[in-house]
Design a protein around this ligand. Structure first.
Ligand code: TLP
Length: 349
């Protein structure tokens, strides 16, 4: 069966061309700083994001966690959005590895305002933890791939600077925000002290993320990468896939956004589906199913029977993510199957 797999944009496999450049990559021991391909990738991304330096890491989770560790001291507090990946999906690592506590605030479509954050910053008080870091996410995964307004980020950055608080971005899918808005990676990254970006999501590389920031931040991050077991050796083989992905799969993210929009516009018409089209800004669709005869779990099964894979986000929420391997024909088939399964109100399943 030809599976149409919307579970995540992490499921993509390297294309034959990508595998070729990976196989032929020049390598060296990266723990010694000797891998020319890793060095080329780090220099390229530092330049693209307008930061002094970059560090290649195995995963987005590690990129976020070493950034948290490099910016904080044990006992301090980190402000995050309540649905952020760092809060929701990183195994409680900030407490486990950095000894910090998270202060989750509920945003609208993943967006916190500067006022909300200002109200949560701790005053100097012997009883209270010190707020030392704010983390934002762009695009915001659990909010449905929503884009953080740049002006709001700039307001938050001014507040953070005034208060001497660092600002980190989980930019796993910042590439998508850049393509969807036409705002460059440099402009998106400028307000932040550190940014983590992933190659293994929309860009379609099999492995790898990168953190960018000032030279002194990257030196500290380097130390934590080693401590977390993320010092890899002849990793140019992997970095070559990331370089290839950045060169060849960046602009094409627009196709993923178009596909998500096409699917969302069809789904919104169907009985039982609740979906706010305003949240479909990039390659993720999160919708709720409240259908009289079809449970979300049953819909997932029935889609599965038709060769279509999607995942539950808990409760009645389901997620579709478009990516490199989804074609126009897949989108057409998906819409037809959804219509067949949900298109007739009152049909017994
Ligand atoms: N997201 C994955 C799952 O972990 C949920 C997915 O399928 O979307 N930041 C954001 C915003 C992410 O969405 C993810 C992965 C990460 C960080 C972590 O990246 P990895 O999986 O490389 O550690």
């Amino acid at each position: 069966m030809h599976w149409i797999d919307y579970r995540s944009d992490t499921i993509t496999k390297p294309t034959p061309e990508m595998r070729k450049v990976m196989a032929e990559a020049e390598v060296g021991d990266d723990v010694f700083g000797d891998d020319p391909t890793v060095n080329r990738l780090q220099e390229r991304v530092a330049e693209l994001t307008g930061k002094e330096a970059a560090l290649f890491v195995p995963s987005g989770t590690m990129g976020n966690q070493i950034s948290l560790n490099a910016h904080t001291q044990p006992g301090q507090e980190v402000i995050v959005e309540a649905d952020a990946h760092i809060f929701y999906y990183e195994c409680g690592a900030p407490g486990m590895l950095s000894g910090v506590q998270l202060r989750p605030l509920s945003g609208k479509h993943g967006v916190l305002t500067a006022e909300q954050i200002a109200a949560a910053i701790r005053p100097p008080d012997v009883h209270q933890p010190q707020t030392s870091l704010i983390c934002l996410e762009n695009t915001h995964n659990r909010a449905g791939g929503t884009i953080y307004p740049l002006e709001e980020i700039q307001r938050i950055a001014r507040l953070a600077r005034e208060k001497g608080i660092k600002l980190h971005l989980d930019g796993a899918r910042l590439w998508n925000a850049a393509v969807a808005t036409g705002i460059s990676l440099k402009e998106w990254c400028e307000p932040f002290d550190s940014v983590s970006l992933c190659f293994s999501k929309g860009l379609g590389a099999p492995i790898g993320s990168i953190v960018v920031g000032s030279r002194s931040f990257i030196e500290r991050a380097h130390y934590y990468r080693k401590a977390y077991g993320g010092g890899m050796r002849q990793v140019g083989i992997i970095a070559a896939g990331a370089l290839y992905a950045g060169e060849h799969h960046f602009e094409r993210l627009a196709d993923d956004h178009r596909h998500a929009r096409q699917i969302a516009e069809a789904l919104v018409e169907l009985p039982g589906i609740q979906l706010n089209l305003d949240t479909v800004q990039t390659n993720i669709i999160i919708f709720e199913l409240n259908h009289p005869t079809l449970s979300p779990a049953r819909l997932v099964e029935q889609l599965n029977d038709n060769g279509i894979l999607i995942i539950s986000m808990g409760g009645n929420k389901l997620r579709i993510v478009t990516h490199l391997h989804i074609t126009d024909a897949d989108v057409e088939k998906t819409i037809a199957v959804f219509r067949q399964l949900l298109g007739h109100p009152g049909r017994i399943h």
